[in-house]
Design a protein around this ligand. Structure first.
Ligand code: GUN
Length: 293
């Protein structure tokens, strides 16, 4: 039976060290790192996500600014609000909750967020740094960064392993595939157009799945002893389920993340981590420019 990779426990560990760091920052700089959360419209799932993010900030001592905008907000107005937050020196991180209402462009608004405050790690500059492995100087997308924390915590070796990423989204599949590649895994990226998905997944020592298709990955698609990371989250008959048939696959894998309680909690944890990091990176920039003057 597989080791269950416990995202709640790992989150708790990281959040408790972040809490201490936030306390030190408050003492030294007389203010807490601050996250601005922008939500346009009233998508019920987005409202829950945003409320959870704000609650999580509070628990570690990060301040938050909660900007709720009406459904009919124009692109210009949204861009202007982001620009205002970019220019506010007391704001360290900005997220615009996705998806946006119809008619608004996420790419346009993401490009508007200042890369130093882009705590989602969605800006092209941060994604470029992710591809190059320049993790320290950029802000990495939260879900892939959270997955990499599991490998570190549970000492799962990646070098030379066959890693298969199922799903090629800009916010999970593409960055995670690059992080695995930077760790010297041999990476295949599969997606909705892949022919014979099973022929890839069966060869995976490390199998990461982010498709949003409930129970896409069955036991016969998994190699004996594989590490399985389930990044899917769907609601089926009122129950939260992942992309992997957990009950059967856990008998075959050597390690597996459950849903819920696996990757999910790590995404918010890494958002908190990025907010603290964004604060520190900006302080560093400020002090460097003071030295240069
Ligand atoms: N919608 C679903 N996941 C995310 C996320 O990680 N960040 C933002 N901004 N929106 C999302």
């Amino acid at each position: 039976m597989a080791v269950i990779l416990d995202g709640r426990k790992l989150s708790e560990k990281i959040r408790s060290s972040l809490k201490e760091e936030v306390e030190r920052i408050r003492e030294k700089f007389k203010r807490a790192p601050t996250l601005a959360v922008v939500l346009v419209g009233n998508n019920p799932a987005s409202e829950i996500y945003v409320n959870n993010k704000i609650k999580a900030c509070k628990k570690v001592g990060i301040s938050s600014i909660d900007k709720r905008l009406p459904e009919n907000t124009s692109q210009e107005e949204l861009n202007r609000i982001v620009k205002e937050l970019n220019e506010n020196p007391e704001v360290d991180g900005i997220i615009v909750q996705l998806p946006l209402p119809e008619g608004l462009s996420c790419r346009e608004v993401i490009n508007y967020i200042s890369p130093e405050k882009d705590v989602d790690g969605f800006h092209p500059l941060n994604l470029g740094k992710c591809v190059l492995g320049l993790y320290e100087e950029g802000l990495m997308p939260c879900t892939p960064a959270g997955v990499m924390e599991f490998f570190k915590e549970y000492k799962i070796e990646l070098q030379g392993k066959n890693a298969v990423m199922v799903g090629h989204s800009n916010i999970v599949g593409k960055p995670l595939a690059n992080m695995l590649l930077n760790a010297n895994a041999t990476v295949s990226v599969c997606h909705v157009h892949t022919k014979d998905l099973k022929s890839y997944t069966k060869e995976a020592d490390i199998l990461c799945v982010a498709t949003g298709v409930p129970k896409l990955i069955k036991e016969d698609m998994v190699k004996e002893g594989a590490v399985v990371i389930d990044i899917g989250i769907s609601r089926v008959n009122g129950k939260i389920v992942g992309d992997v048939d957990f009950e059967r696959v856990k008998e075959k894998a050597s390690a597996i993340t459950p849903v819920p309680g696996g990757v999910g909690p790590m995404t918010i944890t890494m958002l908190l981590y990025n907010t603290v990091k964004a604060f520190k990176l900006r302080k560093e920039l400020e002090s460097n420019s003071l030295h240069r003057r």
